[in-house]
Structures are given as structure tokens and as C-alpha cells.
Design a protein around this ligand. Structure first.
Ligand code: DGL
Length: 281
């Protein structure tokens, strides 16, 4: 039996990434884990996020995954580099954890992730892009730092959206979600004072559910699709590393929360009904 590809998020948001993976890689199978008991992560401390993400990786490895997609921007921004640099190599050699940030940064910069310094000039004209994310992701500065390191001609204007991921996770009324999106978009547009924004990244895996509200609040600004970018990036990775393919099989869904509560909400994120089960143990 081959190892399923793990997909982890604080809650339901990673299901939007799973949908992107299933579109790009329909012949693989996945094991989804949502840490619903602790969602939302966006307002948790970095120490809590690190500890819970590490525990989730341990669980996915124990359930047989060799490759995990960390489908939570907040966990990626806070924990991924540290996990990859020490713990993963020492404790789980041969296992891989890939984040959702790399494909977005590569798209924004046009520079491969492995390139960590800007190319010699002349550089392309200056560009400005927007990032909407959880307060914790914004506070880490990971997106603007990783972009600036490779493409200093791209400025990332970061905008925290407090309460938005939590409201989406809790299935809040659409009017409330629209209001939260409009408030965040207005704050960013005010701050840039008429400067041209070339594209916007919805840098939280919950936000594709309110994409239409972002489109309405940011007229004329194209939104980058993180699920599509992550899907094609994983397809590329598996072409280079076929030993991490899972092959066909049944995709399963686990939660640290209450499976009976979580199950009926999942279809909105994935576009089809699925059944969650409680994490083992
Ligand atoms: N969906 C997650 C992200 O991509 C986190 C949302 C949350 O739990 O606050 O950032």
C-alpha cells in the first residue's frame, strides 16, 4: 500500500487547497487533518501554533504519510522553516513537509524559490501587490520578506483581516463576511492612497470562500488562486520526486474537533460532501 499525501490546516480552510490538489493531481489520494479543536490559529501565540503544527505532523506521519502539504498560511509563516531546519531532518529523515507559501512567492516574483538573492540588474519596473491574511501571518512578515529577498522590485502591502477566518470557520452569515472583507480592503486601499495594486493574494486558505467579496471590494485587481498555484506546484514536485506519489486510493478526513459538527460544514470548502472522523487515540 502506498502512503497518502497529508494535508493539514487549523480547520476547514485547507480543504480549498485539497480541492486544488485534487484538480491538479486526480490520481493521488490524500489524508486531511483539521485541528478544529484549536481553530482559528490566526490569533494564537507563535509557541502554540508551532507546538500544534508539530503534533499534527507527528500524527500524519504516524498515520502513514511521507509527504505533507501544510495548507495553513499561518502555520507556514510561523512554524515551517523551524520545523524543516531542525526537527524534520533529525526526527523524520525522508519525510517532507511542503508549505503553501512557496508557490505564491514564486508566482509573485517570477523567481524560483531556490534563488535567495536578487538577480543582477537591470530589474523590472517596480510593482505593488496586496496580501490579505490572518493577523499572525501578517505579523511574521514572512510573505514580504521572502518576496523582497528574491525580487526587491515587488512591494507586498500586507493587510490583516482580524476575525475573518474565524467567522468563515463558524459559518457566519454572508453579510457579516462581506462586511469584514470590505473593511479590510478599504483599510488597504486607504493606506496605499491611489497607488496601483497589480494583484492580490488571499493568503489564508479560508478566504477562497469569500473570494467574490474580495473581487467586489477590489475592483479591477486580479486575485491569485493559491489552491491552483499549490496544485500545479505539487504536480511539478511529484514529477521530480515520483517516490512521494501516493497513487490512487481513498481520501480520508480527520479532525481533532467534533466530527459530527465538522462534517456538515466541509462541503462548502471542498465542493462535495465528505465525512470526518475523530483523530485516533
Ligand atoms: N487557514 C489558515 C491560514 O491559511 C488559518 C486560519 C486560522 O486558523 O486563523 O492562515
Amino acid at each position: 500500500m502506498t502512503a497518502p499525501i497529508g494535508v493539514f490546516d487549523s480547520g476547514h480552510g485547507g480543504l480549498t487547497i485539497l480541492a486544488g490538489l485534487e484538480t491538479a493531481l486526480p490520481d493521488e489520494h490524500y489524508l486531511y487533518l483539521g485541528d478544529h479543536a484549536a481553530a482559528p490559529y490566526g490569533q494564537r501565540t507563535p509557541a502554540e501554533i508551532y507546538a500544534r503544527t508539530q503534533a499534527a505532523m507527528e500524527l500524519l506521519f504516524a498515520l502513514g504519510c511521507r509527504l505533507v502539504v501544510l495548507a495553513c498560511n499561518t502555520a507556514v509563516a510561523v512554524a515551517l522553516r523551524r520545523l524543516q531546519q531542525g526537527w524534520l531532518a533529525e526526527r523524520h529523515p525522508g519525510r517532507r513537509v511542503l508549505g503553501v507559501l512557496v508557490p505564491v512567492v514564486e508566482q509573485l516574483t517570477g523567481v524560483p524559490w531556490s534563488v535567495e538573492t536578487p538577480p543582477p540588474g537591470p530589474w523590472p519596473p517596480k510593482r505593488r501587490v496586496a496580501l490579505f491574511a490572518t493577523p499572525r501571518t501578517v505579523e511574521t512578515g514572512t510573505y514580504p520578506d521572502e518576496v523582497a529577498r528574491r525580487a526587491p522590485w515587488v512591494t507586498v502591502e500586507s493587510q490583516a483581516c482580524p476575525a475573518l477566518a474565524g467567522a468563515i470557520e463558524a459559518n457566519a452569515p454572508d453579510e457579516e463576511l462581506r462586511h469584514l472583507v470590505r473593511a479590510a480592503a478599504a483599510e488597504l486601499l486607504d493606506r496605499v492612497a491611489g497607488a496601483r495594486i497589480e494583484a492580490a493574494v488571499l493568503g489564508c486558505t479560508h478566504y477562497p470562500l469569500v473570494e467574490r467579496h474580495f473581487s467586489e471590494a477590489l475592483p479591477g485587481i486580479p486575485l491569485l488562486s493559491q489552491p491552483a498555484l499549490v496544485g500545479s506546484s505539487l504536480a511539478d514536485y511529484l514529477r521530480r520526486r515520483p517516490d512521494y506519489r501516493s497513487g490512487p486510493g481513498e481520501t480520508r478526513f480527520y479532525t481533532t474537533g467534533d466530527a459530527a459538527f465538522v462534517t456538515p460544514l466541509a462541503g462548502r470548502f471542498l465542493g462535495r460532501a465528505v465525512r470526518f472522523q475523530q483523530v485516533p487515540g
